[in-house]
Design a protein around this ligand. Structure first.
Ligand code: CA
Length: 502
């Protein structure tokens, strides 16, 4: 049986398939004392009660009983180690950039002018100030898609940016800045080509002036439903404005662009013990290459960075960036405490079934997506990055919230890894899906763009698979459809709202 020990100081290894009592672990000189499920940990040496279980070279927790080599260590046998103190964090000025220089350094995108990320798709995005507009807007978009969009073949899609907020939220609460900024930046997403369109109700708390710039607020860009004549008037107004915007969008052409015009994001969902061994480090390698070439690469998921925060701080180049990191992580600690939980609430029953005993183990796998290079900056939820390179964008780890929050930050593409399997995608940008192991690819052959399982079986390496990810990112950013786009699957747009609802 093949088992993977990732760091030389580890006292456990992970079996790559369901293993039976009596099987020998290849090259590790250990015989299994019991059946061990795929992805789960096996003790390689005797570990006493109270001693550390070490994987990725870090302490995952402390054993609650003595174990012999060959024993299965599951989540019930580990007392979780405490989180690192934020106050002690300092910039480590570390970060390793790969020596390898990829051939491709350009891509084909929709330029949006100086100082802005370019688009990866050509989409009419119709934004809303408030959920109350959802009904008429859905009906209008349905008509636009059937009768107007086919006349403009250079436009890929029309998308209604329908979200649950805009009224009800205590709009002046400090934390309301997050949903407000999310709606504003989603409205101005690079894939919408500066063709602003906003549907408002008229009496909501979220004002048009909080979503648009002063010079954007006019009858060319804004429809107020309470000023329309009946349902028919609403639909006619939306369709008429949409057609004007589609005419302009139809003129957009892809042009060759440097990597500095590309912003990509990554997140993982439905993780297992292989996420940190195959898919996530492959994404990390691709991100290191993209950052080296001048692209902006966002990684997120605060509760999955919390226990690895000192590794991120070590890769920061100045204390100012570390202070931003402490601010975002500290805010999240308090947010969780207000709900009487902590970062450990992150792990799911599926994670545990997949071999991830606790949030520390999950975090070590999760941050592998950020590669090994320097951290260029830290931004808050839905903020737009201003420095190229690898950026920590603080968002919840929840797939359906992290996605739209990174989208609001301006990503033109997201790379998503999964071990357990999830059909997650977004409508406004392409999402590339990676799986961690061959069996899930076999079960869902049409969902995944890349199977990184060769790294688990020993048939592939990070360089080859990571380069495959890098090239696919550039292909898909340049117009090739991802599997999720081919299937037409996408999730709802759930924006983050930590502010109270009145
Ligand atoms: Ca996630």
């Amino acid at each position: 049986m093949r088992a993977i020990k990732i760091n030389k100081s580890d006292n456990v290894a992970v079996v790559i398939a369901n293993a039976s009592k009596g099987e020998c672990l290849e090259g590790l000189n250990v015989t299994l004392l019991e059946d061990v499920p795929q992805g789960h940990k096996v003790a390689l040496v005797p570990i006493k009660k109270g001693e550390a279980c070490i994987r990725y070279g870090v302490v995952l927790g402390f054993l609650t009983e003595d174990v012999e080599p060959g024993r299965w260590i599951n989540e019930h046998m580990l007392k979780i180690a405490p989180s690192p103190q934020l106050s002690e964090l300092k910039a480590g000025h570390e970060g390793v950039i790969p020596d390898y220089d990829p051939e491709r350094k350009t891509w084909m995108g929709y330029d949006n002018g100086p100082g802005k990320f370019a688009g990866t798709r050509n989409i009419l995005g119709i934004s809303t100030t408030v959920q109350c507009c959802a009904g008429p807007l859905r009906a209008a978009v349905d008509r636009i898609r059937r009768t107007i969009l086919p006349k403009y073949p250079n436009v890929d899609e029309v998308s209604a940016l329908i979200h649950p907020y805009g009224c009800g939220v205590a709009i002046n609460a400090p934390d309301a800045v997050i949903p407000i900024r999310s709606v504003k930046n989603l409205t101005h997403h690079p894939n919408f080509g500066n063709e602003i369109m906003l549907v408002s109700l008229g009496c909501e708390k979220l004002q048009i002036s909080q979503v648009l710039e002063p010079d954007e607020i006019n009858s060319d860009n804004v429809i107020v439903l309470q000023e329309c004549d009946g349902f028919k008037g609403m639909i006619d107004s939306i369709c008429e404005m949409a057609e004007k915007k589609l005419k302009k969008l139809n003129e957009r052409k892809r042009v060759e662009l440097p990597l500095s015009k590309l912003c990509v994001g990554t997140q993982c969902g439905g993780s297992d013990a292989f996420s940190g061994l195959s898919a996530n480090p492959s994404i990390g390698y691709a991100f290191d290459l993209l950052s080296k070439g001048g692209a902006t690469c966002l990684f997120s998921e605060v509760t999955e960075v919390r226990d690895a925060v000192y590794i991120i701080a070590n890769r920061c180049q100045d204390d100012e960036t570390v202070e931003k990191l402490k601010k975002e992580i500290g805010w999240y600690d308090r947010y969780l405490a207000k709900g009487e939980v902590d970062r450990a609430a992150n792990t799911t029953p599926g994670n545990k079934k997949g071999g991830l005993s606790n949030i520390i183990e999950k975090s070590m796998g999760s941050i592998a997506k950020s590669g090994n290079g320097p951290i260029a900056d830290v931004i808050g939820p839905a903020e737009i990055p201003t420095k190229p390179g690898t950026v920590f964008a603080a968002t919840p780890a929840s797939d359906i919230v992290c996605g739209p929050t990174q989208l609001a930050s301006g990503i033109g593409l997201q790379v998503f890894s999964t071990g357990r399997g999830t059909p997650y995608s977004l409508k406004e940008i392409p999402v590339i899906k990676l799986c961690t192991r061959h069996d899930i690819r076999k079960q869902w052959p049409d969902i995944f763009d890349i199977d990184t399982g060769d790294i688990i079986t020993g048939e592939g390496n990070f360089h080859d698979v990571g380069l495959q990810v890098y090239n696919l990112i550039l292909d898909v950013a340049s117009g090739k459809k991802s599997c999720a786009e081919e299937l037409g699957i996408y999730n709802d747009l759930i924006i983050d709202n930590p502010a109270p609802i009145t």
